[in-house]
Design a protein around this ligand. Structure first.
Ligand SMILES: Cc1cc2nc3c(=O)[nH]c(=O)nc-3n(C[C@H](O)[C@H](O)[C@H](O)COP(=O)(O)OP(=O)(O)OC[C@H]3O[C@@H](n4cnc5c(N)ncnc54)[C@H](O)[C@@H]3O)c2cc1C
Length: 387
């Protein structure tokens, strides 16, 4: 989708669609726009601009553009990054590559979680499928919410537990302080969950190692680091992250005025103040994405039903008359959030304008009655305020 323009006179969006292959543009209209475009750019990952990159004679690969024919057999691989992508790639390629070095500028917290779930297996045996699914979903949501809450409330204890967990899976005397202890508190940035500790196993066996250092420059045969050390490589994988693309990067206007994200406050993390008949699905950053998307979808469906039943044509979130102080939409310090802060909407200081990132609190809010205090509804023909 290449553009969306709202007309209050028609109470409709005109959506511009661009054909991916031909570039041909067509238009269609709709009464309500529901955007589910994820949160990152599919066409382009994030790669910093390192000096000397063009001098490297081996292969450079960004995980978002993984060549189908990439053969790592017997190759020396340097994997740049320390996020979820690097933590996933490392165990996946160590069986093929001769050796993998994960080069990180700064460490992440890595938490090993069991891949099998005996409680879920048991529930599936004793309960009908749907009830078992609901019970397992509830249990997992409770568990991840509890882990997040513990980390935020007791950061020192959480840090010590995470360090202990990593030490247990790494060779004796491994330098956890340098390679697995970030400068930030647990969950200031996203945490890497690794199934059955698969990430640690190749490091323990010597098929992979971790280097914490800064890249000074690319050389024809690898990398020169700030410490003076050199890493020789046949293939360099840049797992350096993604570019956020809030609301699909779709240019929007309301009655001709461009919608500038950072000038709008998000309502319930799913609509923007002053933007009629538009909702978006953005999931949790500290829990399963779909938990939130599910709550939003159900609210949108109920809201549309409410509008149909009352003959309303438009719904627009309106900020309260008393001052609302605002802050960034997502308050994580990860590089990709920092880089994109100016492209995201704001959040307010209280419900329903504040993003709580807490499934169980959100569940109560989203399941409540349709909010006629912060949402302005207008009727079809003359677009008069509700009442
Ligand atoms: C490395 C990584 C690890 C992750 N790990 C987890 C995890 O463990 N658990 C978890 O819950 N979540 C995780 N996520 C978050 C993940 O993005 C979501 O779980 C899920 O994929 C989001 O689903 P979605 O349908 O909302 O968006 P997406 O799967 O991103 O789909 C969005 C779709 O919209 C399309 N689109 C975007 N813009 C436009 C446009 N302008 N016009 C037309 N189409 C458009 C895209 O092409 C895409 O097809 C991870 C994300 C990343 C990048």
């Amino acid at each position: 989708m290449a553009g969306a323009d709202w007309s209050s006179g028609d109470a409709r969006w005109t959506v511009t669609v661009e054909h991916t292959e031909t570039g041909e543009r067509t238009q269609r209209t709709c009464g309500f726009l529901y955007l589910c475009p994820g949160y990152y750019r599919y066409d382009e990952g994030y790669t910093p601009d390192w000096p000397g990159q063009e001098s490297f004679t081996g292969t450079i690969v960004h995980p978002q553009h993984w060549p189908q024919d990439l053969d790592l057999a017997g190759k020396r691989v340097v994997l740049i990054g320390s996020g979820a992508t690097a933590a996933t790639i490392l165990p996946a390629i160590t069986g093929t590559a001769a050796h993998v070095t994960m080069l990180q500028r700064s460490p992440s917290y890595v938490l090993a979680m069991p891949n099998a779930d005996p409680v879920a297996d048991l529930l599936r045996k004793v309960l009908p499928e749907r009830r078992a699914y609901a019970a397992v979903r509830w249990k997992n949501a409770r568990l991840s919410t509890a882990i997040y809450g513990f980390c935020r409330r007791y950061p020192a204890r959480a840090r010590a537990m995470l360090q202990k967990g990593a030490a247990k899976r790494l060779p004796e005397g491994y330098d956890i302080g340098t390679h697995f202890t970030p400068a930030y508190e647990p969950w200031d940035q996203r945490m890497c969950l690794v199934p059955d500790g698969d990430f640690f196993a190749p490091i323990k066996s010597g098929r992979a190692d971790v280097v914490t250092d800064h890249i000074e420059e690319f050389t024809p045969t690898g990398l020169r680091l700030r410490s003076g050390a050199r890493l020789e490589a046949d293939v360099i994988i840049t797992a350096t992250g993604l570019n956020l693309n809030p609301l699909g990067g779709i240019p929007m206007t309301v009655d001709g005025a461009p919608v500038v994200m950072r000038e709008h406050v998000a309502y319930k993390g799913m609509m923007l103040d002053g933007v009629p008949n538009m909702a978006f699905a953005i999931g949790y950053t500290n829990n399963s994405w779909t938990l939130k998307v599910d709550l939003v979808a159900r609210y949108v469906v109920r809201m549309l039903g409410f509008m149909r039943d009352h003959g309303y044509a438009t719904v627009t979130p309106r900020l309260p008359a008393d001052r609302l102080s605002t802050s960034p939409y997502i308050d994580m310090t990860s590089g990709y959030f920092e880089r994109s802060r100016h492209t995201l909407p704001l959040q307010g200081d209280r419900a329903p304008w504040r993003l709580r990132q807490h499934y169980f609190k959100d569940a109560t809010m989203y399941r409540g009655p349709i909010d006629e205090q912060n949402l302005e509804f207008r009727r079809a023909a003359i677009l008069q305020p509700a009442g």
